[in-house]
Design a protein around this ligand. Sequence first.
Ligand code: F6R
Length: 602
Amino acid sequence: MCGIIGCVNRGERTLETLVDGLERLEYRGYDSSGVSLLGEELSVTKTAGKIADLRAALEERPLDGRLGVGHTRWSTHGPPTDENAHPHLDCSGEVAVVHNGIIENYQGLRDELAGDGHTFTSDTDTEVVPHLIERALGRGASPEAAFRDAIAQLEGSYAIAAVVGDEEAIFAARSDSPLVIGVGKECAEGDREYFLASDVPAFREYTGKVIYLDDGEFARLESELAVTDSDGQPVEKTVNTVEWDAEETGKSGYDHFMLKEIHEQPRALRQCLSGRADELAGTVELEEVDDVSPSSVHFVAMGTSYHAALYGVHLFQQAGVPAQAFHASEYATVTPPIGDALVIGITQSGETADTVSALREARSRGARTLAVTNTVGSTADRECDETLLIQSGPEIGVAASKTFTGQLAALNLLTLATVESGRTRRDVVPELRELPGRVQSILDDSNAEEIADVYHDSRSFFFIGRSYQYPVALEGALKLKEISYEHAEGFSAGDLKHGPLALVDDDTPVFAMVTGDDEIARKTVGNIKEVEARDAPVVAVTDGQSNAELYADHVLRIPEAIPRAAAVLTNVQLQLVAYHVADNLGRSIDKPRNLAKSVTVE
Ligand code: F6R
């Protein structure tokens, strides 16, 4: 999704700060970018393609200025062209605007402005904003009043930053789209550096002090910062401190962020469990959900987080608590009876528009809501009654890896703290504490790369599993398809023979998760035999307790663990398979085509 960066009082480093910031936001997914700086006059450079293309354009025609804004665009209205890239200007070229989100009433505004003689040069919804500001300026409004006047006319979701005329300030506002302000150091003249971005990594190397802007608030960044509400009244904001450092947003010698993040999972798990799960006492303390004891649960989530939700359903149901998982985008359409259900939104970013809107729907219907997220200060965090942080650290690769693992661990903590028995806690807590070490042993010994070498050009990849391994099968397929662009599907192992088996042949490797040696494992081995009889190559992801290996062409080994923990382990092997298949095919692993890290439109 689109990214915003802005800065004031950075002197000669203004351009460099903006372009480096855009590079830090690349992980969100984009197809064009641009910057605008205010110096002697307002100047803009923007281009379709990568930040490298923007850098090349800036080398030909360098910009300078004391403040500025930048943007990475992920196309919604109009194709990725130079003209559609942000910043967008008014007719006079004196107002520059960058925007994330969607302005739903843009067509009416555009027709009206065109009728007033304004000329549009792009297909975007955003371009109405600089023209609205220009119109208000023309009617005698001050730059700030003109900005407020424009914002007041918008419907939809937006994070907007603007430079207006020769006013030495950046104006910003948000509604349903994140914006965070970085409070930098004082500079020589007594002014303070301020940064503005859609996400903290954009400016983390300069400051860890941040202020999260709320919906309906306005910010004015100049020598000082002023945050006001929609009536112009000052708002007291809390300055938060970001716990992670800029180093954590670098690749640390790995070829890709995704590989680094896969390898960070032991640490991410420790961070999630630390101070919460006490092995000696066999207890779980979660201050956040102290007084939560749901009698039923609805999960709302999308993509990978939805797979975590399916896993959460198993946990709650095993504990005797009715639970259902919904694609957040479907929640409002099915309007299930909520009763006294706790509605849990799982979202690593905390900004997924579908999930945020399902949570709002739930709240409007009187439900209590809980966010399971990695992002402090995100919309889900701020709007839900409670938040359970997964504490995975920043995840830059677009494909979720360590945050999925963090979600599974956090869901275990949640059920153990709220609905599971003391006896279960005593059995499960030691297993959770073993997880980081077990994941590490997989990372040290995995043969996933060899298997990827053998199968990377297969026609299709299937993944099957039962119980806790079913969400893992879905997740394994999603991971593979999104970063390798190869066809992959996940199935509950039992469902394979109800149709999909027709697609299985000797060019369809089937990855089967078989752990333990119980009825579930025996039935899955039966499903392996079905695909083997159709000549499909079988890769068993197993702890070796069953006889699955007898029917497998290859084995991906995991350490023995209880079923719910084994699902975390098999998933790590599948992450590595997906990574190495994509790497073999030379794909853009950290920024796969057509995908975005934070999907802020419904
Ligand atoms: C897959 C992936 C997406 C996200 C989905 C929800 O690797 O990253 O499917 O899981 O867009 O995102 P969050 O968890 O931020 O709500």
